[in-house]
Design a protein around this ligand. Structure first.
Ligand SMILES: *Cc1c(COP(=O)(O)O)cnc(C)c1O
Length: 219
């Protein structure tokens, strides 16, 4: 099932959209099966789980941390993480920079935006992003690279609303790029779309979809 699902999804999505296989709560044996299809990008939302799976699995896997990250846990993933999707404070960015420096790495990060109608404490507003990116401290961070933006749409059945929220994230991306990253080709990712809404996300310009249950089954 896993192999068939991944192949189906690859067939239906454009080539410029990257598939992140979200393997949270699933055993390493499931990841190993997905790996046989050539899948290398896997997403986890818990630090400890990602560290354990990293230790067990092939080292050419690209690990994406997609969930909220606490500053005191950055050190555990800094040696190997490929992309941190949910950065929503300067404090966290500074900690990632510090640990990246210790590991002699530059770590790619995405800024998470709050685009859903639901109340959540995670994700930046455009104003907060503006304050972060124009701060003096941000410009001193040499070991992080902001590669784009990430967001989650509301958990609703209203396609129009979801499309609108994804469209909003795309507009935020375009605005940030034109304001802060004009000469930075590395700022290019829009991480949006999960199992229930990835088609809407792709229609709104997603470059990375994060699919869990549709590949690995319900959790
Ligand atoms: C769990 C999770 C996903 C995948 O969700 P599915 O609905 O299983 O595809 C994507 N993004 C984030 C941030 C997640 O936590």
């Amino acid at each position: 099932m896993i192999v068939k699902k991944i192949k189906e999804i690859r067939q239906e999505i454009p080539e410029n959209v990257q598939l992140i296989a979200v393997s949270k709560t699933k055993p390493t044996s499931d990841i190993a099966i997905a790996y046989t299809t050539g899948q290398r990008a896997f997403g986890e939302n818990k630090v400890q789980e990602m560290v354990d799976k990293y230790a067990e699995l092939p080292k050419d896997i690209k690990w994406h941390l997609i969930g909220h990250l606490q500053t005191n846990k950055v050190k555990y993933i800094a040696p190997f993480v490929h992309l941190i999707h949910a950065v929503d404070s300067l404090k966290l960015l500074k900690e990632i920079n510090k640990e990246a420096l210790k590991n002699n790495r530059i770590i790619d990060c995405l800024l998470q935006f709050h685009i859903a109608s639901e109340e959540t404490k995670f994700g930046l507003s455009p104003e907060e992003a503006k304050a972060l990116l124009s701060s003096e401290e941000y410009t001193t961070l040499q070991n992080i690279n902001i590669a784009g933006v990430m967001g989650m749409a509301s958990f609703v059945n209203d396609d129009t609303q979801i499309a609108k929220e994804f469209g909003e994230l795309h507009r935020i991306f375009t605005w940030i790029k034109s304001e802060y990253f004009t000469s930075t080709p590395g700022f290019k990712e829009i991480s949006m779309g999960m199992s229930g809404d990835y088609k809407l996300a792709i229609a709104q310009g997603s470059t990375m979809i994060r699919l869990g249950s549709t590949i690995f089954g319900s959790r």
